[in-house]
Design a protein around this ligand. Sequence first.
Ligand SMILES: Nc1ncnc2c1ncn2[C@@H]1O[C@H](COP(=O)(O)OP(=O)(O)OP(=O)(O)O)[C@@H](O)[C@H]1O
Length: 257
Amino acid sequence: MISAINVTKSFDGVEVLKGITTNFKKGKTNLIIGQSGSGKTVFLKCLLGLFEPTSGQILYENTEASKLSVSEKQNLRSEIGTVFQGSALFDSMTVEQNVKFPLEMFANISEKDMRERVDQVLERVNLTNARKKFPSEISGGMQKRVAIARAIVNNPKYLFCDEPNSGLDPQTSLIIDKLIHEITREYNTTTIINTHDMNSVLEIGENIVYLKNGIKEWEGDKNSIVTSDNQALLDFVFSSKIYKMAREAMLYYQNKK
Ligand SMILES: Nc1ncnc2c1ncn2[C@@H]1O[C@H](COP(=O)(O)OP(=O)(O)OP(=O)(O)O)[C@@H](O)[C@H]1O
């Protein structure tokens, strides 16, 4: 579990995060949603230790991240997998070299064990046949799957995904969401996903934190979004006509049960 306790973050005296308290649960897909500029990326970076909060605490399993020693921080870093926007793959490396990279950086295991582990995760994301290809030779969806394989190759306890569906078509986005959801269960990771994708919210939102102007406006799961009376949340999630109709249908079937 990762916890944020009253986290604030200011830049040049301007407060971007205004005291966020929440828990991101183990074995769950935790989503951070909110309008552009609401502070999602700044919050994610605070959680990851890339920004130091101006005040408040970030706890990993009840231990305050900022109080860890240098070696403990390195150890924690090795337990975190990240899937960043645009996949952030190394263009000059093949798929398998990209996936192997974190093992070479962090894992103290033999070459043979590394190869076995790379084989396992490539098989898990269904990319065994693309192992010798370079990122420029595969599709955007495949690149995301490489990024996911690379993120899980070290058996992470924590998985951070920043806009994992950006640039993907809706069908491929669903495949990526399903993969992240399944991996979260299989590896029992605390998974935190920063997303704009309302399909993701309604499909894999097991714990959703909605930020508005740097404040946690609402928190709940995908089912409680539908019945929520928080108008800001409803306006945000069900912004289009088709989503409004979908909500009405969901409410209708919920009431019928
Ligand atoms: N390094 C920085 N220095 C100063 N201000 C920053 C910095 N990073 C972010 N901000 C400001 O913090 C606010 C929140 O930005 P953030 O990137 O977290 O929004 P977001 O919700 O992730 O938006 P989007 O969905 O568009 O990515 C913005 O007003 C932004 O200008």
